[in-house]
Design a protein around this ligand. Structure first.
Ligand code: SF4
Ligand code: SF4
Length: 392
């Protein structure tokens, strides 16, 4: 931690990259200010409780790391403090967070809760802001539950073999992402293993500072994956970045788009009709994993698809773990900004690579009266396969 603090030369280059600074305009809600606060906490000059409101507003998007010319590892500062921040909350707040994390990290529990929540949509105005914000993210109707074949063979010559993670929230809200990933991988000569009962990778608990639960979940999750694969493939950027830190010793963890870019597409990809798409970087893919070129290279190979640039593609959309629930106004403001830039780009669809971002973009676009379709890049690639159709 001290190395990260001393590497900061207070130049301020990170300020315009920081989503909370862009909305609030306050030094203490910018990376540079937060680093000063964390330094004072570390030195015992400031009680953590006084720094907590500013640190809690940090999305953990790590755009500050990408922007920093001095290579400050901001994550090395904020991540160790998430646990003490959680421990400092009121017992009722901790219990509520713990309950939410346990629900969201179990597809079975989350499906029940999401179905109940969707039924309460009409009462949203009567609920506390955090609850209302959570319900606003749920679709009116959940997609049907899906199971996946334990092994899907490669089409044609086998070029590789991977294990695919299905996710928790994604498995309930958008199982078509996993279905698309299986199709795209198999079409490109990759055998796909989908372990059953995967559990949670621990990313959500880890991000919320509930480290013991996150570690237990990560250990159990890793044990579900075979070792005789070329890679463990994640389709959710938040999960992938966490798994890269926690899955040690087995097959390497790769984001789906990173993996596909490395092995190369061999199946032809072409849309049935011309389309213009805007790609929104998921922070945990772009900033946490440094994967920005691979998705764009893959998309550039899709015939009839024009990739249009958007302003501030690297600025967070406001979705980060429990952020929508705990900081609903900031999350909404960031979602609104992102929706405006997507609409201004003239794109006919938005693409991203993380279920949280995808949901936030959908909700924010709809709230602004712009029901632009939003897809995971895997869904777009599956749609562009010779036997592809509209996304499910
Ligand atoms: S850009 Fe890096 S060195 Fe400059 S203020 Fe931000 S964290 Fe510090
Ligand atoms: S992680 Fe994101 S929100 Fe937090 S200080 Fe860095 S840029 Fe700002």
């Amino acid at each position: 931690m001290t190395a990260a603090v001393s590497a900061c030369v207070h130049c301020g280059f990170c300020l315009p990259a920081c989503p909370t600074y862009r909305v609030l305009g306050e030094e203490m809600d910018a990376p540079r200010g937060r680093i000063v606060l964390m330094k004072e906490v570390l030195e015992g000059a400031l009680p953590l409780a006084e720094a907590a409101p500013h640190l809690d507003r940090c999305l953990g998007c790590l755009a500050c790391e990408s922007a920093c010319p001095s290579g400050v590892r901001y994550r090395d500062l904020i991540e160790p403090l998430r646990g003490p921040l959680d421990a400092g909350r009121a017992p009722t707040a901790r219990a509520a967070r713990g309950w939410l994390i346990r629900v969201m990290t179990s597809p079975t529990r989350f499906r029940v809760a999401a179905a109940l929540g969707a039924g309460m949509a009409h009462a949203r105005g009567l609920l506390p802001a955090s609850m209302a914000a959570m319900l606003a993210l749920l679709p009116e109707r959940l997609p049907a539950a899906r199971t996946f074949a334990p092994v899907t063979p490669a089409a044609g010559r086998r070029r590789g073999r991977v294990a695919l993670m299905t996710g928790c929230v994604q498995h309930v809200l958008r199982p078509s992402i996993t279905a698309a990933a299986v199709r795209v991988l198999a079409a490109n000569g990759i055998e796909v293993v989908v372990p059953s009962d995967q559990g949670c990778c621990g990313a959500l608990a880890h991000h919320a500072g509930v480290g013991a639960l996150g570690r237990a979940q990560a250990t159990a999750h890793a044990a579900r994956f075979p070792g005789d694969v070329d890679a463990i493939v994640a389709t959710a950027a938040g999960c992938g970045s966490s798994m890269k830190a926690t899955h040690t010793g087995g097959a390497p963890v790769r984001d789906l788009l990173e993996y596909l870019d490395a092995v190369g597409l061999v199946a032809p990809v072409a849309l049935k009709a011309p389309a213009r798409a805007a790609y929104q970087d998921a922070c945990h893919l772009a900033h946490a994993q440094g994967v920005t070129a691979a998705p764009r290279r893959l998309l550039s190979q899709v015939r009839q698809l024009t990739l249009v640039p958007i302003a501030d593609a690297g600025l967070c959309c406001g979705s980060a773990g429990l952020y929508n629930v705990e900081q609903p106004e900031l999350a909404r403001a960031l979602g609104r900004r992102k929706a405006d830039t997507l609409v201004a780009s003239g794109a006919s669809m938005a693409l991203t690579a993380n279920i949280g971002c995808l949901t936030q973009l959908q909700v924010s676009l709809a709230a602004g009266g712009h029901p632009l379709p939003v897809h995971h890049v895997a869904e777009l690639l599956a749609m562009a396969l010779p036997d592809g159709g509209a996304p499910e």
